[in-house]
Ligand binder design. Structure first.
Ligand SMILES: [Zn+2]
Length: 83
């Protein structure tokens, strides 16, 4: 029987369970709904400033505001190790 690769949400749930961090579980719930795991709002696709921010949303699920808080507004290029 082949192992199925867990989805990102399943992975976070497993980590939340292992580390006994219910907050992480809530983040997994938000991600599953397509909501931002930090602030819980549902980002609109047209709120993202550029393609890089949109890609970051695809990876981390963070809305533009939370991305700006985390990475800084002025240096979006630090994300994803982009050059
Ligand atoms: Zn957010």
């Amino acid at each position: 029987m082949a192992l199925k690769k867990p989805t990102k949400v399943q992975f976070i749930r497993a980590v939340a369970e292992t580390l006994k961090q219910p907050e992480l579980g809530k983040m997994a719930d938000a991600l599953e709904r397509g909501d931002c795991p930090f602030c819980g709002k549902t980002p609109k696709l047209d709120e993202f400033a550029d393609e890089l921010s949109l890609k970051e949303y695809g990876i981390s699920g963070l809305c533009q505001d939370c991305q700006d808080n985390m990475f800084g507004k002025d240096d979006r290029t630090v994300k994803l190790g982009a050059k």
